[in-house]
Structure formats: structure tokens, C-alpha cells
Design a protein around this ligand. Sequence first.
Ligand code: GDP
Length: 197
Amino acid sequence: MIIRDIEFIGSFEKEEQCPTTGLPEYAFIGRSNVGKSSLINLITGRNDLARISSTPGKTQTFNYFLINNSWYLVDLPGYGYAKISKKVREKWQRSMNYFLMKRHQVYCVFSLIDSRHKLQSVDLKFLNWLGVKEIPHALVYTKIDKVKDSEIDAHIETIESELLEHWEYLPKTFRTSTVNRTGGEDILAFIEEINNK
Ligand code: GDP
């Protein structure tokens, strides 16, 4: 898919404020520092797009970008910020859960996993929740340039076998590196395939 046109639509605090056009939506989410802003910039080919929503501690919002006038990329705030109080985190969690359950035009939630680390409990909890609620999702391993070529397969296999203790099968997975600029096109092709169905 060639990105011809990107329009920032807005940052919304509540699901009710989000666009009502019914166009397909694709959401990106992950722990803070997972590489979400960098990945969004890689996918869109812009260097500063995701900065708008990337400041930790700032009001957490659903950030909408209209792509090629035909679908929305939704930048969801990172989870797992240590600096935010438990109360604020829980409030945001509820708002996020409500958003994802209500928003059937989200055709895929791309869950970002940092491939440098073992699966974190906060990731597993979120992924299990997506599975239980039957929310369509895919896994995106970020920063794969940081793991040695000879180790990456075994490392990802460890993560996936842990997931398979909870799941019957794995969703679609992607491997990305914004340093090597790889994986972004695969994600765009996947989005295009769903949009053309
Ligand atoms: P966010 O908090 O999830 O939006 O993460 P950022 O995109 O701001 O990235 C967090 C840190 O990881 C930054 O220092 C990035 O330069 C770095 N980073 C992001 N993607 C990659 C990647 O693919 N490879 C490497 N080596 N570093 C990355």
C-alpha cells in the first residue's frame, strides 16, 4: 500500500468522541517504550507523526489519523507506565477496555511486544484479555535488530510457547525493526488485504 495522504483527525478521551464515519480502524498498542511511535512513523513514512501522543503522563487519548481517506490508524496510549498512579492507570484501563469492546470498526489491534525481553506479565494479561473478548488482533515484535540473528527464532519461539499455554493458536505475527526499516510494509499489506475483503 502506498500512503498518499495522512490527516490528523484528533485526540479523543472517550470512545463516544471518536469518528463515526464507520471507516475501518487499525489500532496500535503496547507497553511504554516498546517502540510504538517509531513503528507508526515507519509505517506512515513520517518522522514526527506519533509524537503528538507520545508524552507519558499527559492526558491519555485515542489518537486518530486518517490514511488515504479510507482507513484510520489509531494510536492508543502505552500501558504499564510506572509513573502514573494506580488509580489513574485503572481508570484508563477501563476506558480502553470499553473502547476496544465497543468499537467493532477496529478490524485489528496490533499488539506490540519488545523482542528483546521475555514476555512481560502486563503484556500477557492484555493479550489474554483480547483473546477472551474475541477482539481481532495481531502480534508485532519490535526492535528485532537488537536480538542476534542466530537467536531471534528461538527467542520468539519461547515467547510464543508461553502464549500457547493460554491460547489454542497464535494470531498473525510480524517482526519489525525501525532501525533496519523492516516489517512496516508487511503490516500495510495485511491492512490492505483486510480492507479489500
Ligand atoms: P514508544 O514509547 O512505544 O512510543 O517507543 P518509541 O518509539 O519512542 O521508542 C522507544 C525507544 O526505543 C527509543 O529510544 C527508540 O529509538 C527505540 N526504538 C524504537 N524502535 C526501535 C527498533 O526497531 N530498534 C531499535 N534498536 N530501537 C528502537
